[in-house]
Write a protein that binds this ligand. Structure first.
Ligand SMILES: [Zn+2]
Length: 346
């Protein structure tokens, strides 16, 4: 499905790159430019650093791999994605008759990452947006003895924030108090940030009195119409402005968006599955599994995103637990521990 979109957008991409290629190959042959101005051959720099290189001629995406670090480079674009991080080069990666060429800062900004895995320990997620559900006029679910979801989830979110910050992660909260925030505002906060992960915290409710347990949602595969909804397009514009991609052609944005989307999808699912194998056990809570869905906040964030349902306020036993600071602290610590374990695995 993605490939079809890329193919349709592709011919437009060629025009500026062919022009740039002609210009650049002209420049590269001018003797007065000096050695520093010459672009570096990507295959040579990869060979020298034992980094594997794969080029997909349909999508024009180059995948570089070493030590479990993956970089995605798009021919014609100055953005490189390394795991969840976007790196801006001083110029675009270009395809010429002799092969692919990268700007001079490629070595310092990209290649060094492959050799220095240790420096990036606990770095898969460096900044996390925590989104306590509901708030203000929207109480969320209400427990049988009157416990409001908006209150419990805000408290758990604050504890999770402390726990993550203790481990060196930057945290952004969508709300810090009992205030109302639209779903759109929540996703915009994520898009304006440099965060690598979005976690929405909720508590469940059911008419079935004995429904109980912990579950995590991740985004299901969206169809092409869903991928083009207005909110998502708005957030995409915010994100691309953040990435300083305003110089890029719309077709390039589409391809970068496809790359970000497939990264987001895979990473959200893997993290949800990882958490479900560990967190419910550590809380002695029932395991309701990881589930895919198309909730607004998952659909309209451009980074990996999960929604955690910490338990049922409609279940007498779980409501009693959720009222206690001890249990909220255990949820927060367990989530923080397993998110960071996930970030550090491999
Ligand atoms: Zn909720």
């Amino acid at each position: 499905m993605n490939t079809a979109r890329i193919r349709r957008g592709f011919p437009q991409t060629w025009v500026p790159w062919i022009a740039a290629g002609i210009l650049l190959s002209g420049c590269a042959r001018m003797p007065s430019r000096g050695m520093e101005a010459l672009p570096t051959s990507l295959s040579e720099i990869c060979k020298a650093n034992s980094v594997s290189l794969q080029f997909d001629s349909v999508t024009q995406v180059v995948t570089l791999n070493k030590n479990n670090v993956t970089a995605k480079v798009l021919v014609g674009s100055d953005v490189v994605l390394i795991d969840s991080e976007k790196i801006l080069l001083s110029g675009p990666v270009r395809r010429m008759k002799e092969g692919l060429f990268v700007p001079p800062d490629f070595g310092r900004k990209v290649m060094e990452r492959f050799g220095a895995r240790d420096d990036f320990a606990i770095k898969k997620f460096r900044e996390i947006v925590i989104d306590p559900g509901h708030g203000g006029k929207d109480p969320g679910a209400r427990g049988r003895s009157g416990l409001d979801e908006k209150i419990v989830v805000l408290d758990i979110a604050k504890r999770l924030k402390r726990s993550l910050e203790d481990k060196g992660i930057n945290v952004i909260m969508t709300r810090n108090s009992d205030e109302f925030l639209s779903l759109k505002q929540r996703t915009e906060i994520a898009c304006r940030s440099k965060a690598d992960l979005f976690i929405s915290i909720h508590a469940n409710s059911s008419r079935a009195k004995n429904a109980e347990g912990f579950e995590v949602y991740f985004l299901r595969e969206l169809d092409s119409k869903e991928k083009k909804n207005d909110e998502l397009k708005d957030n995409q514009r915010i994100k691309f402005r953040n990435l300083a991609m305003s110089r890029s052609a719309p077709a390039v944005e589409n391809i970068v968006w496809d790359m970000m989307y497939s990264y987001k999808q895979g990473e959200s699912r893997r993290l949800a599955e990882y958490l479900m194998l560990r967190t419910p056990n550590s809380l002695d809570a029932a395991n309701r599994g990881s589930k895919s869905c198309a909730f607004f906040v998952l659909r309209n964030t451009l980074i990996p995103a999960i929604l955690v349902e910490v338990g049922f306020v409609s279940n007498v036993k779980e409501e009693r637990l959720l009222k206690t600071g001890t249990y909220r602290e255990r949820i927060a610590n367990s989530l923080a521990k397993h998110i960071l374990d996930y970030a550090n695995k491999d």
